[in-house]
Design a protein around this ligand. Structure first.
Ligand code: NOJ
Length: 765
């Protein structure tokens, strides 16, 4: 829609030549050749072999390696996930290619969400960069490393729009905005799939979780979603559509129920919308164990019923679920499911295998045994420089009183906090095949930056949490949180003594990676009490206080914002996080990130999002009125709004000029501003364009992001930024669920965040 996307596409497709290498085999990779090949293959397959193709398995206690190999040999497995080394993958592929009757290759998948061996910032952080070129680079490198490990598919991108900071998976998505999420998701798909998922260094994407998982009630994981068709179509569906239009070969089905119908049983979602309206030709995959969950959802009576409903609703492949293989044969026999329905599902699986080039070369992502890396996490396999660059771009400066930042590389710096020296936490959730021992902590990053120039003193100061219940929760599957042998008071005392010896205090506080993950919903989004006490004690020393936040969701930080002299949001920034954070702290990089989600003042304000409706009684702070829409014990607005983020320089945005005061039917209008760097440093910023349909047949949001451009300005430099606006930007779903652009007045707002904008109006004729 906007020129920004074409830039990212070009970058995605023109990266290093090795990425572009493509596979030429005996089968032409065209839809026609594929259909003929798959039709022919299906004719040769038994019912059991077809059902086998619908199974996606993971090695684990229920399915040990040996048992899986037997199943592969008997044609009972279609694909494998969670196996991530070439030797392990090769053994399984050998089993299929050498011992199974029809020698149908397996495909191999994994959650490559923000990197594979190199871990990049979590997707929420990537979104904070508003930099599609950087995100394309993350996609290319992630796909490169994943394909180099032998993988063919990733369970990404996750494009679940969410207005729910309580939901742990907010960390895995691109925030609260439909347009930004669509741009990010599309860029991930085009960059990971490259020219073709069959290429040596591409992987097929599987966009998830279809649909509207991010709207779980109360932010509680796996909970129900209930929403109007208009909101679903307008705000939640477009990012999935954008990812599919970009060519994503897979769709993962959400675990939730939507308006009472579980997504796994939702034929409207998976057939009418996805296949008939959107013309999706790829594969649908259930989420983990979702088919059996139809019984607990209360829509299936028993396992047979669950299987029948899932397959007939359009779920092609089952993930970690023995139900398809166990019950489909009987269901076909009894006539409850037709063989044609099995054929349709198996065809989709075989189609994507064909698109992955697996029928040309089942080992295309493996190469010869002799080429296997001796050390899967060898330094030479990492892309550190790119990880550092992207991480710097994802960091958001929230406050900088009296230019506390950047810090000088002299004197004594106290580095305090439970996250200051944590290699595991900085990688964030879904850190795939990355290993913690390779990540750079903030302590290490600061030491690297100041070596020989400043003294760095470190004290942990507090545990991530002193709540035994939360500690146990975080340590359920792996020992991820270590509790210090010293008492909280001893730790606090040590931190205060350290702070007093220093010129400035940098405290790294926030969440452990396990606090912002799947199955990690919180009812309270403040910092844990031990960390709050630490901040109080550090503040009391009177030293300049820099708070470095490491977290996977918006936190409520009203008091901390008042206490801190500078506040830096770093998310979970990945393998090179510590170096990137140091780059920003010392001014070697001027921060340019902008929030992709509103930061509430308290949990009581949730849901809080910038593109809300006005209501019939909007609150006006200049003329407060009791009978207007507000809380009497809190202000309406967030602590930090969507799109917000500071820089070490300052920018000025001119008034908006329009190419015309009217937009003809189906025509365009260009909206322009000039942006000047009015400070003393070079810096980048993100110019954001919002629209408001002033009078329409249904209430329209007070503003909606419709374009953005990241620009770099030298000190004193001015640039003009122009946003073309066309009818697509004015469209919405009306009360009759028709997508329309209604004639009338539109307000164009342009600024460097969603609150401080300049505006102009045009008429759509
Ligand atoms: C469950 C999660 O919901 C999904 O996002 C993930 O891809 C699968 N598990 C596989 O790990």
């Amino acid at each position: 829609m906007k020129w920004m996307c074409s830039v990212s596409l070009v970058v995605a497709l023109t990266l290093q030549p090795a990425f572009a290498e493509s596979l030429i085999g005996p089968h032409a990779l065209t839809p026609e050749a594929r259909d003929a090949f798959v039709t022919d293959l299906l004719k040769k397959m038994t019912l059991d072999e077809k059902i086998g193709q619908l199974r996606l398995l993971s090695v684990g206690p229920d399915n040990p390696k040996k048992a899986i190999r037997e199943m592969i040999k008997h044609g009972q497995v279609g694909a494998i996930f969670n196996t991530v080394t070439r030797p392990d993958i090769r053994v399984m592929q050998d089993q299929a290619m050498q011992l199974s009757r029809l020698k149908i290759p397996l495909f191999f998948a994994y959650d490559v969400v923000h990197g594979q061996r190199t871990v990049f910032p979590i997707p929420l952080g990537l979104a904070a960069s508003w930099d599609l070129d950087a995100v394309a680079e993350v996609g290319r490198i992630s796909a490169y490393e994943a394909a180099d490990d032998g993988l063919n598919m990733t369970w990404a991108p996750m494009v679940d729009v969410t207005r729910e900071p309580r939901w742990g998976r907010v960390s895995e998505g691109f925030g609260e905005d439909t347009y930004l999420t669509s741009q990010m998701g599309r860029t991930m798909v085009t960059s990971m799939q490259g020219k073709s998922p069959a290429d040596r260094y591409s992987v097929m994407t599987s966009v998830k979780h279809f649909a509207a998982y991010g709207a779980v009630e109360g932010g509680r994981e796996y909970n129900t979603v209930d929403m109007s068709p208009q909101r679903l179509a307008q705000d939640y569906l477009p990012p999935y559509k954008a990812a599919l239009d970009a060519g994503s070969g897979g769709v993962m089905v959400a675990l939730i129920s939507l308006n009472g119908v579980p997504a796994t049983a939702n034929s409207w979602l998976l057939k009418d919308l996805l296949r008939d309206d959107w013309k999706f030709k790829g594969i649908t995959i259930s989420d983990h164990g979702a088919i059996k969950e139809l019984i607990k959802h209360g829509v299936a009576r028993d396992p047979q019923d669950a299987v029948r409903i899932a397959i007939q609703s359009g779920v092609n492949m089952s993930m970690s679920d023995e139900f398809y293989s166990k019950y489909l044969p009987g269901l076909v026999k009894s006539g409850a499911v037709s063989e044609q329905e099995i054929d349709d599902a198996a065809r989709h699986v075989l189609n994507v295998k064909y698109d992955m080039g697996l029928f040309n070369d089942p080992y295309s992502h493996l190469g010869p045994k002799s080429s296997d890396p001796l050390d899967t996490n060898a330094e030479s396999r990492l892309h550190r420089q790119q990880a550092r660059d992207v991480a710097r771009k994802s960091i958001v400066l929230l406050k900088n009183r009296l230019e506390t930042l950047p810090l000088k590389k002299t004197g004594t710096i106290a580095l305090i906090g439970p996250l200051a020296d944590s290699q595991r936490d900085i990688m964030g959730s879904w850190s795939a095949a990355g290993v913690a021992s390779q990540s750079v902590t903030v302590l290490q990053g600061i030491k690297n930056a100041t070596a020989g120039k400043a003294t760095v003193l470190y004290a942990k100061g507090a545990n991530i949490t002193d709540n035994k219940g939360v500690q146990d929760f975080l340590n359920i599957y792996e020992k991820s949180v270590t509790i210090d042998p010293h008492s909280p008071q001893e730790m606090l005392d040590e931190a205060v003594t350290t702070a007093k010896k220093s010129d400035v205090v940098v405290a790294v506080v926030g969440e452990a990676q396990g606090m912002a993950h799947e199955a990690s919903s919180r009812s309270d989004i403040t910092l844990p009490p031990g960390q709050l006490a630490l901040i109080d004690a550090l503040k009391a020393t009177g030293k300049p206080l820099v708070l470095v936040l490491m977290n996977g969701r918006p936190l409520a930080l009203v008091k901390e914002n008042m206490q801190a002299d500078a506040l830096l949001e770093t998310w979970f920034s990945g393998t090179e996080g510590g170096n990137a954070i140091a780059d920003v702290l010392f001014g070697d990089y001027n921060p340019s990130g902008k929030l992709p989600i509103s930061f509430p003042r308290s949990v009581g304000q949730i849901p809080i999002y910038y593109n809300h409706l006005n209501t019939g009684r909007p609150y006006d702070a200049n003329h407060p009125d009791k009978y207007t829409s507000h809380y009497y014990d809190a202000v309406n607005g967030p602590l930090f709004p969507f799109g917000y983020g500071l820089s070490y320089t300052t920018f000025k945005v001119s008034p908006v000029t329009l190419s015309s005061k009217t937009m003809p039917h189906n025509g365009t209008v260009n909206a322009s501003v000039t942006v000047t760097n009015t400070g003393r440093r070079d810096g980048a910023t993100v110019v954001q364009m919002y629209l408001h349909d002033e009078v329409a047949s249904i209430s329209r949001p007070v503003q909606e992001l419709k374009g953005f451009k990241r620009i770099m300005l030298k000190a004193g430099e001015t640039k003009t930024v122009t946003f073309p606006i066309d009818v697509n930007d004015l469209m919405f779903w009306n009360a009759r669920m028709q997508q329309v652009a209604e004639p009338g007045e539109f307000n164009v707002m342009i600024g460097l965040d969603s609150v401080h904008t300049n505006s102009a109006e045009f008429d759509y004729l």
